[in-house]
Design a protein around this ligand. Structure first.
Ligand code: BES
Ligand code: ZN
Length: 848
């Protein structure tokens, strides 16, 4: 074994005795046959005695006879499929130093949206294939044999042989093209040092538009032929983001060009390939007439996110997947910074609390995981592209920035990028730079957040003139874990003018309220309010004692609190209620304080809490369900009535978003007038797709309204939606329809929608819209159906789920089981709330 190829099996990482320096790659895709052939010549540095070269390869046919290392012919070549490695053995030890490893290979252009794959599009009424790559996390090895780990950075020089009439793009600009009949050979410039997962190729028919940054970097957006007008928004955001990041990181954009391209079949939302960023169509294209305000935001955030990776991720790369969050958490955080600067009126940092909310919700499960996780096999990587890496990651970065101050933070980041450019870094490396620049104990502080799963709830209690604090790990099942954190606490009392800031390092602490009271507020204790975690910059929750909680309710009613704090209070209250630390009754009373709220950012959280309450009350309090719904409808209705269904001239972006949010919320809560109006407008729209009565922003609400009225015996609404789906060419419009189709209360319609999902009419990438839209009534049938049908009927889609989702599925499955148990306990505790019924009646009367 010691000297056999099998010694390299079962290892988390490749051996380090040889590393690639430069790849010379020639690839020839056959778009009709869906195959490709390739030749690789890799300059390799051998640094320690070995008679083997070990690299990654998967689903490739390597031509053994073609393999050479310098002039050496290997004596044995073994491909271990399970380990995805290729072990090349020679009859003697290799000379220490540099040599070239050459080989030929072939593979399939698969339909699994990973590795080197095919995507389908229609051109002049004819279906055609394009060839696309998606290599992150570990699928470059499906396209060419390589050292497929982020730390093996090398230079790449590509050559593509493609049909002469097609466009062939890669990371770097073209240096030369030669045409020989139907085939052209395209040569690209050599890249700087980069990781394999960022290599990219796209071959197909496209149009493009172009612009350039202030430094003169050419930026292009490629779209389907004839659709470049839909790329202008992304192009503009792209150019401005590059300029902004260049200043923010104090480092120029590292490559000579940037292309961004929309791909019809795409597994993720977008991928930051160096110099050639790929997007799902809905995440790149924006159409004045066909897109909604929320589509627009999504495009801006996605572009800003992927372009941030060009520095944070591509120029400086995580050393191993354990540090994936450095990539994703950071890009997510900084995308808000960029978009906030481009569109200040969107109030982006307040919207950032959506990210914090999802992070907090997931991380309150026992089946969560720390931000930094050990990765022992490539198949485990997909599972960590989750809300912990993205949302908790982004949130703890915001917490740190707010603790250190924006300027110090930016300066340190710029040094970090300079120090690790063209190289790799670990989480500790970032902390070390920040610590050096700031003199603060960054590493100790942050380690408690990145190496430990979960987060604390701070119990805040007023004891005479002292505010007493105690931390305990927050878990949604109501238990408290054993975690301890160094918590950056911020607080203010009666006004935002005087704020106190300190680190809570122990389990408990207390402070005199004078310490953070603004100069002698003389209105006595009565109107006093104390808010901890100002603007929710900390990744924790706060549970106030009754007195403090009452003070905050008054402060909300008196409009003393910031939008972010209003969001934090309602989110914490909801979470505490689920965890049975607080009654549903008191949550409903708190919600009532948001009666006059008219801000989108706040109401989006209020609405999501309302919908959860409405859902739980179906099971918890069936007798009260209608009254509770009425109460929640009353809460949202005033703002909805004020906005109406029709857009007003000069209206703000956020009001447009709010209208759509409220109408959807009211439909989901079963508000009859809204449903009827939605159905009415839908009929007009169905006859005249150009009507101004149902623009993209309100369309989803109308579609959902129609589906609430659909059943097997009255299915015309469903058929009409299908017709719209078939007739539209717009992916965003298609996704609106798909997201509605399975929301009927009739189980058989839900089944029909699920069957539709597996037809050729729905791209695999879009199936989750249908799965995500399933009505409460349809959940059980959907689950049974998925368990059985996906195996028998739809080999193709189940294969998709199998290979994309399997590694992440285990944990996701455990998480949903945990959620079911949490809901069950919450239901029980709601049933035993003595005064819930009375409170609901009282609140209903109050609102009338
Ligand atoms: N690097 C990811 C894409 C990715 C995700 C590759 C999962 C492999 C597995 C990319 O930068 C990303 O994060 N995309 C997001 C969009 C973004 C706006 C959060 C996505 O795909 O959802
Ligand atoms: Zn990302």
């Amino acid at each position: 074994m010691a000297d056999s190829p099998a010694q390299f099996r079962g290892q988390a990482r490749l051996p380090r005795f040889a590393a690639p320096l430069r790849y010379d790659l020639r690839l020839r895709p056959d778009l009709a046959a869906c195959t490709f052939s390739g030749a690789a010549a890799v300059a390799v540095a051998v640094s320690a005695p070995t008679r083997f070269l070990v690299l990654n390869a998967a689903e490739l046919d390597v031509d053994r006879a073609s393999i050479r290392f310098q002039d050496l012919v290997p004596t044995d070549v073994t491909q271990f499929e399970e380990d995805e490695i290729l072990v090349i053995g020679f009859d003697r030890e290799l000379t220490i130093g540099e040599g070239v490893l050459a080989m030929d290979f072939t593979g399939t252009l698969n339909d699994q949206m990973r590795g080197f794959y095919r995507s389908k599009y229609v051109c002049n009424g004819e279906s055609r294939n394009m060839a696309v790559t998606q290599f992150e996390a570990a699928d470059a090895r499906r396209c060419f044999p390589c050292w497929d780990e982020p730390a093996f950075k090398a230079k790449f020089k590509l050559t593509l042989e493609v049909p002469s009439d097609l466009i062939a793009l890669s990371n770097m600009p073209v240096v030369k093209e030669t045409v020989s009949g139907p085939i052209k050979t395209v040569y690209y410039e050599e890249s700087p040092l980069m990781s394999t997962y960022l290599v990219a190729i796209v071959v197909g028919l496209f149009d493009y538009i172009e612009s350039s940054t202030s430094e003169g970097t050419k930026v292009r957006v490629y779209t389907q032929v004839g659709k470049t007008n839909q790329g202008t928004f992304a192009l503009d955001v792209g150019v401005k983001s590059l300029d902004l990041y260049k200043d923010y990181f104090a480092t120029p954009y590292p490559l000579p060009k940037l292309d961004m391209i929309a791909i019809p079949d795409f597994a993720a939302g977008a991928m930051e390939n160096y110099g050639l960023v790929t997007y799902r169509e809905t995440a790149l294209l924006y159409d004045e007439l066909q897109s909604s305000a929320s589509n627009k935001q999504q495009v801006a955030i996605t572009v800003a996110h992927e372009l941030a990776h060009q520095w944070f991720g591509n120029l400086v790369t995580m050393e191993w997947w354990t540090h994936l969050w450095l990539n994703e958490g950071f890009a997510s955080w900084v995308s808000y910074l960029a978009v906030d600067s481009l569109f200040p009126e969107w109030n982006n940092w307040t919207q950032f609390l959506d990210e914090t909310t999802s992070g907090l919700r997931l991380d309150a499960l026992a089946e969560s995981h720390p931000i930094e996780v050990e990765i022992n096999h490539a198949s485990e990587i997909d599972a960590i592209f989750d809300s912990i890496s993205y949302d908790k990651g982004a949130s703890v970065i915001r917490m740190l920035q707010s603790y250190l101050g924006a300027e110090r933070f930016q300066k340190a980041l710029a040094s970090y990028i300079k120090k690790y450019a063209y190289s790799n870094a670990k989480t500790e490396d970032l902390w070390a730079v920040l610590e050096e620049e700031s003199g603060e104990p960054v590493k100790d502080l942050m380690t408690t957040w990145t190496k430990q799963q979960g987060y604390p709830v701070i119990y805040a209690k007023l004891n005479g003139q002292y505010l007493e604090l105690e931390q305990a790990q927050f878990l949604s099942d109501g238990s408290s874990g054993t975690g301890m954190w160094i918590v950056p606490i911020t607080s203010c009392c009666g006004s935002y003018d005087a704020q106190k800031k300190f680190l809570l390092k122990e389990k408990t602490d207390k402070m005199h309220i004078k310490e953070f009271t603004a100069s002698q507020s003389s209105d006595g204790d009565k109107n006093i309010w104390i808010k901890l975690n100002i603007d929710q910059t900390g990744f924790y929750r706060v549970k106030y004692d009754d007195e403090l909680a009452a003070g905050l309710v008054n402060a909300i009613k008196a409009k003393k609190l910031s939008l972010m704090d209003k969001i934090g209070i309602v989110e914490d209250s909801y979470a505490l209620s689920v965890a049975r630390k607080q009654t549903l009754t008191s949550l409903l009373r708190l919600l009532n304080a948001y009666h006059d709220e008219s801000d989108y950012t706040v109401l989006s959280h209020v609405t999501s809490v309302c919908l959860s309450i409405s859902k739980i009350s179906v099971d918890a309090t069936p007798d009260l369900n209608n009254d509770i719904k009425k109460l929640l409808i009353n809460l949202l209705l005033p703002a909805a009535i004020k906005l109406g269904w029709d857009r007003k001239d000069g209206e703000s972006h956020l009001d447009v978003m709010l209208r759509s949010l409220l109408l959807i919320g009211l439909v989901r809560l079963g508000h009859n007038e809204t449903i009827n109006e939605g159905v009415r407008r839908f009929h007009i729209f169905f006859e005249d797709r150009k009507t101004s009565l149902l623009p993209p922003d309100t369309r989803k609400a109308a579609y959902l309204a129609v589906m609430r009225t659909v059943s097997m015996s009255n299915r015309s609404g469903y058929d009409a939606l299908l017709k719209i789906y078939r007739e539209t060419a717009e992916p965003q419009e298609k996704s609106r329809v798909l997201g509605s189709l399975s929301s009927s209360p009739d189980k058989d319609i839900v089944l029909e929608a699920l069957n539709f999902m597996f037809t050729d009419e729905v791209r695999n990438q879009d199936s989750y819209y249908i799965l995500g839209g399933i009505s409460l009534e349809g959940r059980d049938v959907a689950w049974t159906w998925l368990k059985f049908t996906s195996e028998e009927k739809a080999a193709e889609v189940s294969e998709f789920f199998a290979c994309r989702m399997k590694p992440s599925f285990q944990r996701a499955l455990k998480q949903s089981l945990e959620r079911v148990r949490i809901s069950a306990r919450w239901i029980e505790s709601i049933r035993s709330e003595p005064s819930l019924g009375e409170a609901v009646q009282e609140l209903l009367r109050g609102a009338a």
